[in-house]
Design a binder for this molecule. Structure first.
Ligand code: FE2
Length: 574
C-alpha cells in the first residue's frame, strides 16, 4: 500500500512516500525548483503543489500516481470552513477592504480555502508538462483516496511516528495551522491523544516571525539567524517580552498584539548593519521563548509522567531552546524530528494515514537518519562531469582522499549518497572544512556570502562526542547545542560560537558509512574527530540537489575542491 504525503499549504512544500509503514522517500520542493522554501506562505500561492518532489518520490519507488492508494494532505480545510462547510460556492474578494468577509478571519480565507479544497483536482491535472509521465491515469476522485489531515496533527505524527520511542509526550509549536499554534499530546500503547492545544492569535512561532521581520530578516525563513544573533546580546528587554507573551499556567499562554516599532523604536532595515541593540532584542526574545517553552514542557510532563519527549513544528528548529528543554526540563530524553518545519508535515500525514488505513499499530520504521532524498551513482555523476568537460580524478577511497584535502585546510564541497530531508545538511550535501584553523569560520562565511555573525557547526564521531562537548550525547540532526569542553576549545576554535556553544551533529557508521569513514580518516591525520559541516549552498539558495547544482556552486564560489561520488575536482592554485 502506497501513501503519498503532501505539504503545500504554506511554505517548505514537500512530499513523502510511505509503503506499508516504511518511508521510501521524502524531499522538499525547493531542492528541485531552486526556489528557497518552494514558495512564500501567501494565500495566492496555496494552489501550488510540490510536483517535483512528488515526481521524485514516485520515481524512487518506480511507480506512477495511479499506483498510489492514499494521498494525505497536511491541512484540513473543514477546520476553518465553519458554517461554509457545505457551501458549493464562497465569495472571493476582488477588493478586500470592501469585502463583507462573513465569518472569515481574513478576507483572503475564501481564496485560500478554495485552493486547499481543490488540491485533489490540482494534483490530478495540474502537473507541469515535463513531469506528466508519472501523473497519468488519475482524476481528482482517484484511483487514490484523498485525506485532509489536521496540520498540527501532521506535525505531531511526524514526531511520535518517527521517533525512537514507543511511548512519548509530544509537543509541537509552529507559526500557525488551521487554528492551533501549539499542541500537547501523549503517544502510548500504540495510540495517540491530544491533551491540549493553543490557538491563534497566540503563537510563539508568529512572535518569533514578527521579531525576525522587525530585525530586517525574512520571516518564515531567517528565524535561525535571529537565534544566532541572540548569542551576542544581553536580555535587557526580557521584561518587555515577558509582558508580550505571558504564560498562564496549564500549558496556556497569551500573546499581546503589539507594534514593535512603538515598543522598541524603528526596526532594522534589510542590509543595515547589525548593532548591539539588535543583538539585545534578539537575545531578549530568545530568553523569553526558552522560559515559556520550559514551562510548557514542565506542564506536559505533569500531565503525562512520560520519560520521553518528542517535538516538531518550526519552533522546534530552535536548537538553543531545545537544549534548554533537554538540560533543564523534566524529561529524560528529548528527540526532535529533523524536518520539524512544515516540510515534515508531509511525513507525519503520510505515516499516520498509512497507519490508519492499514489498521496496524506496530511500528515498522523509525527515523534513524534523514537521508531520504535523491542519490546519483558514479555512472551518472561521471557522465555529467564528462559532458561538462571538467577535469576530475577517480579515487578508490573517497573518505581517505577527502580527509587528505581537509587536513591540508582545503574547503570541500561534499556530495555523497541520498540528499537530506529537512533544512540541515548532515553530510550528504555539505561544505566541509577543518575546525582547527580559527580563521575558518570567517572564511566559510565569505565563501557562502553569509553574515559575519553566523556560526558554523561541527560534526563529530558519535563515540567521541563526550570527549569534546560537555555532557555530549547523541544528536544526529544538529538540533541541539552543547558547550565545547574548555580543555578542547583550542583544538576546534572555528566551531565554537561566541557563547562557547556549538550546534553539534553526531554520526555513526549505520547512519552514513562514507561520512563516518571521512571523520575517522580526518581523526587519524589530525587527532581531531570533528569537522565543520555547513550546508552546500550560498546565501539565499536552497541546498544543492543534483551533480549539476553541486558543480555550479563549486565553480562559482571560492571552494577549493569537490568530492562528488568517487570523484575529486580541484581548482588550480593561482
Ligand atoms: Fe506548521
Amino acid at each position: 500500500m502506497y501513501t503519498l504525503g503532501i505539504n503545500a499549504v504554506y511554505h517548505d512544500c514537500s512530499a513523502c512516500l510511505v509503503k506499508d509503514g516504511k518511508v521510501l522517500a521524502a524531499a522538499e520542493e525547493e531542492r528541485f525548483t531552486r526556489i528557497k522554501h518552494g514558495k512564500r506562505p501567501l494565500p495566492f500561492t496555496t494552489w501550488q503543489l510540490p510536483f517535483h518532489a512528488i515526481d521524485y518520490c514516485l520515481k524512487e519507488a518506480g511507480i506512477g500516481l495511479a499506483d498510489v492508494d492514499h494521498v494525505a494532505y497536511s491541512y484540513d480545510p473543514k477546520l476553518l470552513l465553519g458554517d461554509h462547510a457545505d457551501d458549493v460556492t464562497i465569495t472571493l474578494p476582488l477588493e478586500p477592504s470592501r469585502h463583507p468577509g462573513r465569518g472569515w478571519l481574513s478576507p483572503w480565507d475564501p481564496l485560500f480555502l478554495s485552493y486547499v479544497t481543490n488540491a485533489p483536482r490540482q494534483l490530478a491535472s495540474g502537473a507541469p508538462h515535463h513531469l506528466q509521465e508519472r501523473f497519468q491515469g488519475v482524476s481528482h476522485e482517484g484511483p487514490f483516496q484523498w485525506h485532509f489531515v489536521d496540520h498540527h496533527f501532521a506535525h505531531e505524527a511526524s514526531a511520535f511516528l518517527a521517533s525512537p520511542f514507543e511511548e512519548a509526550a509530544v509537543l509541537t509549536m509552529d507559526g500557525r495551522g488551521e487554528a492551533a499554534t501549539t499542541s500537547y499530546g501523549m503517544f502510548e500503547k500504540g495510540s495517540y491523544r491530544r491533551i491540549k492545544q493553543v490557538n491563534l492569535p497566540h503563537s510563539l512561532g508568529l512572535l518569533y516571525e514578527e521579531v525576525t521581520t522587525y530585525l530586517g530578516f525574512l520571516h518564515s525563513s531567517d528565524e535561525y539567524k535571529v537565534m544566532a544573533l541572540a548569542s551576542y546580546g544581553a536580555p535587557v528587554h526580557a521584561w518587555l517580552f515577558r509582558e508580550v507573551v505571558q504564560y498562564k499556567g496549564n500549558g496556556e499562554y497569551r500573546l499581546k498584539c503589539v507594534k514593535w516599532e512603538e515598543l522598541l523604536g524603528p526596526g532594522r532595515k534589510r542590509g543595515e548593519e547589525f548593532t548591539k541593540p539588535h543583538m539585545d532584542i534578539a537575545r531578549s526574545l530568545q530568553v523569553v521563548l526558552e522560559e515559556v517553552a520550559l514551562k510548557m514542557a514542565g506542564w506536559l510532563h505533569e500531565q503525562t509522567g512520560a520519560e520521553n519527549l518528542c517535538m516538531a513544528g518550526g519552533v522546534a528548529l530552535n536548537c538553543v531552546m531545545n537544549a534548554r528543554i533537554r538540560d533543564h526540563g523534566p524529561f529524560r530524553n528529548v528527540w526532535v524530528q529533523p524536518a520539524a518545519g512544515d516540510a515534515g508535515t508531509a511525513l507525519g500525514a503520510a505515516l499516520w494515514t498509512d497507519r490508519q488505513q492499514s489498521g496496524r499499530t506496530d511500528r515498522r520504521w523509525r527515523m534513524d537518519h534523514a537521508f531520504l532524498g535523491p542519490a546519483y551513482d558514479d555512472a551518472a555523476i561521471e557522465e555529467f562531469l564528462q559532458q561538462a568537460k571538467l577535469r576530475y580524478r577517480r579515487v578508490d577511497n573517497i573518505a581517505e582522499a577527502a580527509a587528505d584535502l581537509l587536513a591540508q585546510n582545503q574547503v570541500l564541497g561534499w556530495f555523497q549518497g541520498r540528499m537530506e530531508f529537512g533544512p540541515r545538511a548532515l553530510g550528504a550535501r555539505s561544505i566541509l572544512a577543518s575546525p582547527i584553523d580559527p580563521a575558518m569560520q570567517a572564511h566559510l562565511n565569505l565563501i557562502k556570502d553569509r553574515e559575519d555573525f553566523r556560526p558554523v557547526a561541527p560534526v563529530v564521531l558519535e563515540e567521541d562526542v563526550a570527549e569534546w562537548f560537555v555532557n555530549g550525547s547523541i544528536a544526529p540532526f544538529m538540533l541541539f547545542i552543547f558547550d565545547v569542553r574548555p580543555d578542547r576549545a583550542d583544538r576546534i576554535p572555528a566551531v565554537r560560537h561566541v557563547d562557547g556553544t556549538a550546534r553539534v551533529q553526531t554520526i555513526n557508521r549505520e547512519q552514513n558509512a562514507t561520512y563516518y569513514d571521512l571523520l575517522q580518516a580526518f581523526k587519524e591525520r589530525t587527532g581531531v574527530p570533528v569537522l565543520i559541516n555547513t550546508s552546500f549552498n550560498t546565501r539565499g539558495e536552497p541546498v544543492v540537489c543534483t551533480p549539476r547544482d553541486a558543480v555550479e556552486s563549486y565553480l562559482t564560489t571560492p571552494l577549493d575542491a569537490l568530492a562528488i561520488g568517487s570523484f575529486i575536482l580541484e581548482k588550480q592554485k593561482p
